[in-house]
Design a protein around this ligand. Structure first.
Ligand SMILES: C[S@@+](CC[C@H](N)C(=O)[O-])C[C@H]1O[C@@H](n2cnc3c(N)ncnc32)[C@H](O)[C@@H]1O
Length: 295
Protein backbone atom coordinates (compact mmCIF):
# COMPACT_ATOMS: atom_id res chain seq x y z
CA UNK A 1 0.00 0.00 0.00
CA UNK A 2 1.39 3.38 -1.00
CA UNK A 3 1.80 5.90 1.79
CA UNK A 4 1.88 9.65 1.89
CA UNK A 5 3.60 11.71 4.50
CA UNK A 6 6.21 14.16 5.66
CA UNK A 7 8.95 14.20 8.27
CA UNK A 8 8.98 11.06 10.34
CA UNK A 9 6.44 8.96 8.40
CA UNK A 10 7.57 9.38 4.81
CA UNK A 11 6.06 7.42 2.01
CA UNK A 12 8.52 6.06 -0.54
CA UNK A 13 7.33 8.62 -3.12
CA UNK A 14 8.40 11.43 -0.85
CA UNK A 15 11.59 9.65 0.20
CA UNK A 16 12.58 9.32 -3.47
CA UNK A 17 11.88 12.96 -4.33
CA UNK A 18 13.82 14.10 -1.24
CA UNK A 19 16.83 12.22 -2.53
CA UNK A 20 16.53 13.75 -5.99
CA UNK A 21 16.07 17.24 -4.55
CA UNK A 22 19.18 16.82 -2.40
CA UNK A 23 21.17 15.45 -5.33
CA UNK A 24 20.12 18.35 -7.58
CA UNK A 25 20.94 20.88 -4.85
CA UNK A 26 24.23 19.56 -3.53
CA UNK A 27 25.90 17.47 -6.26
CA UNK A 28 28.41 19.19 -8.51
CA UNK A 29 27.25 17.48 -11.70
CA UNK A 30 23.84 15.90 -11.07
CA UNK A 31 23.04 12.68 -12.94
CA UNK A 32 19.48 14.03 -13.15
CA UNK A 33 19.04 17.76 -12.67
CA UNK A 34 15.70 17.58 -10.87
CA UNK A 35 15.48 21.20 -9.79
CA UNK A 36 11.66 20.92 -9.47
CA UNK A 37 11.85 18.22 -6.80
CA UNK A 38 12.41 20.73 -3.99
CA UNK A 39 8.97 22.28 -4.64
CA UNK A 40 7.19 18.99 -4.03
CA UNK A 41 8.52 18.55 -0.51
CA UNK A 42 6.65 19.19 2.68
CA UNK A 43 8.12 21.79 5.01
CA UNK A 44 9.98 19.37 7.28
CA UNK A 45 11.47 17.44 4.34
CA UNK A 46 12.55 20.67 2.59
CA UNK A 47 14.29 21.88 5.74
CA UNK A 48 16.24 18.59 5.96
CA UNK A 49 17.20 18.53 2.30
CA UNK A 50 18.43 22.12 2.08
CA UNK A 51 20.88 21.55 4.92
CA UNK A 52 24.42 21.17 3.54
CA UNK A 53 24.86 18.33 6.05
CA UNK A 54 21.87 16.47 4.58
CA UNK A 55 23.73 13.30 3.64
CA UNK A 56 25.54 13.00 6.97
CA UNK A 57 22.33 13.74 8.89
CA UNK A 58 20.30 11.25 6.90
CA UNK A 59 22.92 8.53 7.45
CA UNK A 60 22.79 9.30 11.17
CA UNK A 61 18.99 9.23 11.22
CA UNK A 62 18.50 6.09 9.11
CA UNK A 63 21.59 4.27 10.39
CA UNK A 64 22.82 3.45 6.87
CA UNK A 65 24.04 5.20 3.72
CA UNK A 66 20.98 5.56 1.48
CA UNK A 67 23.02 7.15 -1.33
CA UNK A 68 23.74 3.74 -2.94
CA UNK A 69 20.03 3.01 -3.44
CA UNK A 70 19.33 6.66 -4.27
CA UNK A 71 21.88 6.37 -7.08
CA UNK A 72 19.89 3.45 -8.51
CA UNK A 73 16.71 5.56 -8.32
CA UNK A 74 18.26 8.65 -9.89
CA UNK A 75 20.13 6.65 -12.54
CA UNK A 76 16.94 4.77 -13.46
CA UNK A 77 15.01 7.99 -14.00
CA UNK A 78 17.86 9.35 -16.14
CA UNK A 79 17.81 6.08 -18.14
CA UNK A 80 14.04 6.53 -18.63
CA UNK A 81 14.40 10.16 -19.60
CA UNK A 82 17.04 9.36 -22.23
CA UNK A 83 14.73 6.75 -23.80
CA UNK A 84 11.78 9.16 -23.71
CA UNK A 85 13.89 11.74 -25.59
CA UNK A 86 14.80 9.16 -28.25
CA UNK A 87 11.12 8.21 -28.63
CA UNK A 88 10.01 11.84 -28.89
CA UNK A 89 12.68 12.41 -31.55
CA UNK A 90 11.01 9.73 -33.68
CA UNK A 91 7.56 11.22 -33.17
CA UNK A 92 6.12 9.39 -30.14
CA UNK A 93 3.70 11.80 -28.43
CA UNK A 94 2.45 9.95 -25.33
CA UNK A 95 4.41 9.21 -22.16
CA UNK A 96 2.85 7.10 -19.38
CA UNK A 97 4.70 7.11 -16.06
CA UNK A 98 3.65 4.09 -13.99
CA UNK A 99 4.20 4.48 -10.24
CA UNK A 100 5.03 8.13 -10.93
CA UNK A 101 4.98 9.20 -7.29
CA UNK A 102 6.50 12.68 -7.16
CA UNK A 103 8.07 12.46 -10.61
CA UNK A 104 8.74 15.96 -12.00
CA UNK A 105 9.20 15.23 -15.72
CA UNK A 106 5.99 17.01 -16.85
CA UNK A 107 6.54 19.85 -14.41
CA UNK A 108 10.04 20.75 -15.60
CA UNK A 109 10.37 19.69 -19.28
CA UNK A 110 9.09 22.91 -20.87
CA UNK A 111 10.97 21.91 -24.04
CA UNK A 112 8.64 18.93 -24.65
CA UNK A 113 5.28 20.46 -23.74
CA UNK A 114 4.15 20.84 -27.37
CA UNK A 115 5.21 17.34 -28.40
CA UNK A 116 4.37 15.06 -25.51
CA UNK A 117 1.26 14.33 -23.44
CA UNK A 118 2.30 12.95 -20.05
CA UNK A 119 0.08 10.58 -18.04
CA UNK A 120 0.92 9.73 -14.44
CA UNK A 121 -0.37 6.54 -12.85
CA UNK A 122 -0.15 6.07 -9.08
CA UNK A 123 -2.17 5.48 -5.99
CA UNK A 124 -4.94 8.12 -5.60
CA UNK A 125 -3.71 9.26 -2.14
CA UNK A 126 -0.21 9.96 -3.46
CA UNK A 127 -1.64 11.86 -6.42
CA UNK A 128 -3.86 13.97 -4.17
CA UNK A 129 -0.89 14.98 -2.04
CA UNK A 130 1.21 15.69 -5.12
CA UNK A 131 -1.50 17.90 -6.63
CA UNK A 132 -1.73 19.95 -3.45
CA UNK A 133 2.06 20.37 -3.37
CA UNK A 134 2.08 21.52 -7.03
CA UNK A 135 -0.64 24.06 -6.24
CA UNK A 136 1.39 25.41 -3.33
CA UNK A 137 4.71 25.41 -5.23
CA UNK A 138 6.83 28.53 -5.57
CA UNK A 139 7.41 27.81 -9.26
CA UNK A 140 4.86 27.50 -12.09
CA UNK A 141 5.02 24.04 -13.69
CA UNK A 142 5.86 23.76 -17.40
CA UNK A 143 2.80 21.53 -17.74
CA UNK A 144 0.63 19.29 -15.62
CA UNK A 145 0.47 15.56 -16.22
CA UNK A 146 -2.89 13.85 -16.71
CA UNK A 147 -3.45 12.01 -13.46
CA UNK A 148 -4.68 8.41 -13.68
CA UNK A 149 -5.45 7.07 -10.17
CA UNK A 150 -4.81 3.32 -10.02
CA UNK A 151 -3.93 0.76 -7.36
CA UNK A 152 -1.89 -1.78 -9.35
CA UNK A 153 -2.86 -4.56 -6.95
CA UNK A 154 -6.59 -4.11 -7.45
CA UNK A 155 -7.37 -1.95 -10.50
CA UNK A 156 -6.69 -2.30 -14.21
CA UNK A 157 -5.20 0.51 -16.26
CA UNK A 158 -7.30 0.67 -19.37
CA UNK A 159 -10.40 2.54 -18.13
CA UNK A 160 -8.35 5.21 -16.35
CA UNK A 161 -5.96 5.76 -19.26
CA UNK A 162 -8.83 5.92 -21.71
CA UNK A 163 -10.73 8.43 -19.53
CA UNK A 164 -7.58 10.56 -19.44
CA UNK A 165 -7.41 10.62 -23.25
CA UNK A 166 -4.76 7.97 -23.95
CA UNK A 167 -4.89 6.96 -27.61
CA UNK A 168 -4.21 3.21 -27.99
CA UNK A 169 -3.74 3.59 -31.75
CA UNK A 170 -0.70 5.86 -31.40
CA UNK A 171 2.68 4.69 -30.12
CA UNK A 172 3.54 5.52 -26.54
CA UNK A 173 6.51 5.25 -24.22
CA UNK A 174 5.88 3.86 -20.71
CA UNK A 175 8.19 3.99 -17.73
CA UNK A 176 7.85 1.87 -14.57
CA UNK A 177 10.81 2.95 -12.50
CA UNK A 178 11.62 2.32 -8.85
CA UNK A 179 8.17 0.81 -8.28
CA UNK A 180 8.03 -2.89 -9.20
CA UNK A 181 9.73 -4.06 -5.95
CA UNK A 182 6.73 -2.72 -4.02
CA UNK A 183 4.27 -4.78 -6.07
CA UNK A 184 3.45 -8.47 -6.12
CA UNK A 185 4.62 -10.58 -9.07
CA UNK A 186 0.95 -11.01 -10.04
CA UNK A 187 0.31 -7.24 -10.17
CA UNK A 188 3.49 -6.67 -12.23
CA UNK A 189 2.59 -9.38 -14.72
CA UNK A 190 -1.03 -8.17 -14.97
CA UNK A 191 0.10 -4.57 -15.58
CA UNK A 192 2.70 -5.50 -18.21
CA UNK A 193 0.26 -7.84 -19.90
CA UNK A 194 -2.37 -5.10 -20.05
CA UNK A 195 0.10 -2.65 -21.59
CA UNK A 196 1.17 -5.19 -24.21
CA UNK A 197 -2.49 -5.69 -25.16
CA UNK A 198 -3.49 -2.04 -24.95
CA UNK A 199 -0.62 -0.05 -26.47
CA UNK A 200 0.12 0.21 -30.18
CA UNK A 201 2.81 -2.26 -31.37
CA UNK A 202 6.20 -0.53 -31.37
CA UNK A 203 5.35 1.25 -28.10
CA UNK A 204 8.16 0.91 -25.57
CA UNK A 205 8.55 0.43 -21.86
CA UNK A 206 11.52 1.14 -19.64
CA UNK A 207 11.49 -0.32 -16.15
CA UNK A 208 13.68 -1.58 -13.35
CA UNK A 209 13.24 -4.47 -10.93
CA UNK A 210 15.00 -6.06 -7.99
CA UNK A 211 17.29 -8.80 -9.25
CA UNK A 212 17.67 -12.15 -7.55
CA UNK A 213 21.37 -12.69 -8.26
CA UNK A 214 24.39 -13.91 -6.23
CA UNK A 215 25.39 -11.23 -3.70
CA UNK A 216 28.55 -10.35 -1.79
CA UNK A 217 28.36 -10.43 2.02
CA UNK A 218 28.42 -6.61 2.05
CA UNK A 219 25.52 -6.48 -0.40
CA UNK A 220 23.51 -8.96 1.69
CA UNK A 221 24.06 -6.83 4.79
CA UNK A 222 23.16 -3.59 2.98
CA UNK A 223 19.99 -5.05 1.45
CA UNK A 224 18.86 -6.48 4.79
CA UNK A 225 19.16 -3.03 6.39
CA UNK A 226 17.35 -1.44 3.48
CA UNK A 227 14.56 -4.01 3.55
CA UNK A 228 13.98 -3.57 7.27
CA UNK A 229 13.76 0.21 6.67
CA UNK A 230 11.18 -0.07 3.89
CA UNK A 231 9.24 -2.67 5.88
CA UNK A 232 9.15 -0.29 8.87
CA UNK A 233 7.88 2.49 6.58
CA UNK A 234 4.85 0.33 5.72
CA UNK A 235 5.80 -0.24 2.06
CA UNK A 236 7.70 -3.56 2.04
CA UNK A 237 9.41 -4.97 -1.02
CA UNK A 238 7.28 -7.74 -2.40
CA UNK A 239 9.03 -9.02 -5.51
CA UNK A 240 12.42 -9.92 -6.92
CA UNK A 241 13.11 -11.79 -10.14
CA UNK A 242 15.88 -13.89 -11.58
CA UNK A 243 16.90 -12.06 -14.79
CA UNK A 244 16.03 -15.03 -17.01
CA UNK A 245 12.60 -15.30 -15.34
CA UNK A 246 11.96 -11.63 -16.02
CA UNK A 247 12.91 -12.05 -19.68
CA UNK A 248 10.51 -15.01 -19.91
CA UNK A 249 7.76 -12.93 -18.32
CA UNK A 250 8.25 -10.12 -20.87
CA UNK A 251 8.07 -12.56 -23.76
CA UNK A 252 5.04 -14.34 -22.28
CA UNK A 253 2.98 -11.14 -22.02
CA UNK A 254 3.91 -9.78 -25.47
CA UNK A 255 7.09 -7.69 -25.30
CA UNK A 256 10.30 -7.98 -27.32
CA UNK A 257 13.39 -7.30 -25.21
CA UNK A 258 15.57 -4.46 -26.53
CA UNK A 259 18.04 -4.06 -23.66
CA UNK A 260 18.62 -5.75 -20.31
CA UNK A 261 21.13 -3.66 -18.37
CA UNK A 262 22.81 -4.18 -14.99
CA UNK A 263 23.73 -1.72 -12.27
CA UNK A 264 27.30 -1.93 -13.65
CA UNK A 265 26.01 -0.73 -17.04
CA UNK A 266 24.20 2.08 -15.25
CA UNK A 267 27.45 3.01 -13.53
CA UNK A 268 29.38 3.06 -16.82
CA UNK A 269 26.74 5.17 -18.52
CA UNK A 270 26.06 7.82 -15.91
CA UNK A 271 28.39 7.61 -12.91
CA UNK A 272 31.91 6.74 -14.13
CA UNK A 273 34.36 9.54 -13.42
CA UNK A 274 32.30 11.21 -10.69
CA UNK A 275 34.49 12.56 -7.91
CA UNK A 276 31.87 12.47 -5.14
CA UNK A 277 31.63 8.65 -4.91
CA UNK A 278 27.92 8.72 -5.81
CA UNK A 279 27.28 5.34 -7.44
CA UNK A 280 24.74 2.50 -7.57
CA UNK A 281 25.45 0.00 -4.79
CA UNK A 282 22.74 -2.64 -4.92
CA UNK A 283 21.95 -5.16 -7.63
CA UNK A 284 19.20 -4.06 -9.96
CA UNK A 285 18.28 -4.57 -13.58
CA UNK A 286 16.93 -2.13 -16.14
CA UNK A 287 14.91 -3.15 -19.13
CA UNK A 288 13.90 -1.53 -22.41
CA UNK A 289 11.27 -3.57 -24.26
CA UNK A 290 8.90 -3.06 -27.15
CA UNK A 291 5.29 -4.13 -27.65
CA UNK A 292 5.48 -7.01 -30.13
CA UNK A 293 3.55 -6.90 -33.40
CA UNK A 294 0.15 -8.60 -32.97
CA UNK A 295 -0.14 -11.73 -34.99
C1 LIG B 1 9.75 4.52 -4.56
S1 LIG B 1 8.34 5.33 -5.23
C2 LIG B 1 8.95 5.71 -6.85
C3 LIG B 1 8.26 6.89 -7.44
C4 LIG B 1 8.89 7.41 -8.74
N1 LIG B 1 8.77 6.44 -9.83
C5 LIG B 1 10.35 7.76 -8.50
O1 LIG B 1 11.23 7.11 -9.06
O2 LIG B 1 10.57 8.71 -7.73
C6 LIG B 1 7.23 3.97 -5.54
C7 LIG B 1 5.88 4.45 -6.05
O3 LIG B 1 5.05 3.31 -6.29
C8 LIG B 1 3.73 3.66 -5.90
N2 LIG B 1 3.00 2.43 -5.57
C9 LIG B 1 3.37 1.43 -4.74
N3 LIG B 1 2.41 0.49 -4.67
C10 LIG B 1 1.41 0.91 -5.51
C11 LIG B 1 0.16 0.37 -5.88
N4 LIG B 1 -0.28 -0.80 -5.40
N5 LIG B 1 -0.61 1.06 -6.77
C12 LIG B 1 -0.19 2.24 -7.28
N6 LIG B 1 1.01 2.81 -6.97
C13 LIG B 1 1.79 2.15 -6.07
C14 LIG B 1 3.92 4.51 -4.67
O4 LIG B 1 2.78 5.30 -4.39
C15 LIG B 1 5.12 5.35 -5.08
O5 LIG B 1 4.76 6.54 -5.71
Amino acid sequence: MAKTGDGESLGTAEGAVMGRAAHALHAEDPVLDDHWAIHLLGEASRAQVTSPDYLALSIERAGFDASRILAIGVGALRYAEDEVERCVARGVGQYVILGAGFDTFALRRADLVDRLVVFEVDHPDVQALKRSRIEAAAETPASLPRFVPVDFETTTLEAGLSAAGFDPDREAIFSFMNTTPYLTEEAIEATLSEIARLAAPGSRIVLNYGAEVPLSAAQVEYLETLQSNVRASGEPWRSRFRPEAFEALLERVGFVLIEHATEADLFERYFAGRRDGFRPGVPGRLVTAEVAPRG
